[in-house]
Design a protein around this ligand. Structure first.
Ligand code: FES
Ligand SMILES: [Fe+2]
Length: 464
């Protein structure tokens, strides 16, 4: 039986309800034309995070951000002002700032950008301030004609965001409702702990989707199942989406599952389970927790009697970690419990950002096309933490081969799926994706929004 025959293209039902069983094809992952069109229809139209504000602390500090054929320079022009420009000289089109050999971006500090070809020079505001033999142009070169092309730039959550569309909506509107639910985490006060990237043999969506649902935990990270069932709700949030731990028992609802299953683990002794889980997260992810949380968890067996109820163990652990952090000058944000429950476990921000937020940490992922090849991407992961002022580590982007040694166990397990999914989707026997209607709505919402931007490939109801 060929299941493809079940999808009648004349009966495409607009997808409003993502809890319906839906399917979509592989065009977005494998088709070279689709990949090329993404430049015009997605990347030049959306807000996308290009770096962190901490990367450009001083006036004149800059970074570059490349996506497909476009390269953008983001520069600090004043204590509170950033500008972004297309990274191309107005004279004859040489890329203005080169990417160092073996790196995926450039960074540094300059008072002027000098083109390496004929020496045209631009100040931090993008104005062309030196043109060799300018009189030869008979007076027709004005500032407007020679300045660097400007790109929209803004900040939210400590990230720098750019948008190549001059008529785009404001960033804060684009991010709604994610920005509203997540502002309370004060991500802008977090700093990089580590950041790594790799050029990977899969589409950028394949890479990103490897981190968009906990439904894969049992199959991919079986060692984590001692800590919970990882059953999740998954929701569209406009362009974006989030998920959170759920219970299969309708009586329990999501908030009960959040505290009892995932934070304290299964098993009779919550003190030991929390400590074991925290150490495992630190050892096998080096993220989703912090040394303060791990140390406070390790003390639980000494500080609490064996029969302490799990929610009390959890409360004690968080309170003592909070005190430890306060003693070293790290203040936790005050969180509205209702918004915390709504924020859930992990977020997807359209098109290419995914993260797991915490009160004192964030584990983030970014994936983007590598040139126009549908079968390749630049994949990046990073961990953020809160640090006492002046104790933030100095970090830079590090290229890391996709091995367990370089990325630790959990990400290596995720990598093991990515190239294999990309391969499977090119197999003529694959009949289209069958995402979980309850636990993978983030993914179907992603494809619904991709389809809106691209004008094709919308998820469709699976017919009986
Ligand atoms: S291309 Fe830049 S100065 Fe000629
Ligand atoms: Fe995973």
């Amino acid at each position: 039986m060929n299941k493809k025959a079940d999808i009648n293209p004349d009966k495409v039902i607009p997808v409003e309800d993502l809890s319906e069983p839906l399917t979509y094809g592989v065009e977005a992952f494998t088709c070279p034309e689709y990949a090329r069109e993404e430049g015009d229809k997605i990347w030049s139209k959306v807000w996308q995070h290009a770096g962190r504000v901490e990367e450009i602390p001083e006036v004149g500090n800059f970074i570059t951000y490349d996506v497909m054929d476009d390269s953008i320079i983001i520069v600090r022009t004043g204590p509170d002002t950033l500008k972004a420009f297309y990274n191309v000289c107005s004279h004859r089109g040489r890329q203005l700032v080169d990417t160092p050999e073996g790196a995926h971006s450039a960074c540094g500090r300059k008072q002027n950008f000098v083109c390496g070809y004929h020496g045209w020079t631009y100040n931090l505001e993008g104005k062309c301030t030196r043109i060799l033999d300018q009189d030869d142009w008979k007076g027709c070169l004005n500032d407007e004609r020679t300045q660097l092309g400007e790109v929209k730039v803004d900040t939210w959550g400590g990230w720098i965001w750019i948008n190549m569309n001059p008529d785009c909506e404001p960033l804060v509107e684009y991010l709604m409702p994610a920005s509203d639910l997540l502002n309370q985490f004060e991500f802008e006060d977090m700093r990089y702990h580590w950041r790594q990237y790799v050029v990977f043999d899969c589409n950028w969506k394949t890479a990103l989707e490897a981190f968009m649902e906990p439904y894969h935990v049992e199959g991919t990270h079986p060692q984590l199942c001692v800590y919970g069932d990882f059953y999740a709700w998954s929701k569209a949030q406009g362009l974006h989406g989030n998920d959170g731990f759920d219970s299969k028992d309708p009586e329990e609802g999501d908030s009960a599952a959040t505290t009892t299953v995932t934070r304290t683990g299964k098993g009779p002794d919550a003190r030991k389970m929390i400590a074991q889980m925290q150490n495992e997260f630190w050892d096998t992810i080096r993220g989703s927790t912090t040394p303060t949380l791990v140390n406070a968890a390790n003390r639980l067996v000494d500080e609490l009697p064996e029969d302490t109820p799990p929610h009390e163990v959890h409360e004690h652990w968080y309170e003592s970690a909070k005190r430890d952090d306060a003693a070293r000058g790290v203040v936790w944000p005050t969180i509205d419990p209702d918004k915390l429950a709504k924020a859930g476990l992990a977020w997807h921000i359209f098109p290419n950002m995914s993260f797991i937020p915490g009160l004192t940490f964030l584990l983030g992922y970014r994936a983007r096309p590598y040139g126009g090849d549908p079968n390749k991407c630049i994949f990046e992961a990073y961990a953020l933490e809160r640090y006492p002022q002046g104790e933030e580590p100095k970090t830079e982007w590090v290229y890391a081969e996709p091995t367990e040694e370089k990325w630790r166990k959990v990400l290596a397990q995720d990598f093991s799926n990515m190239a294999a999914v990309q391969k499977g989707m090119r197999n003529r026997g694959f009949r289209g994706a069958l995402p979980n209607p309850h636990q993978e709505q983030k993914i179907t919402n992603f494809h619904r929004n991709l389809a809106r931007f691209m004008g094709k490939g919308s998820p469709r109801v699976i017919e009986d």
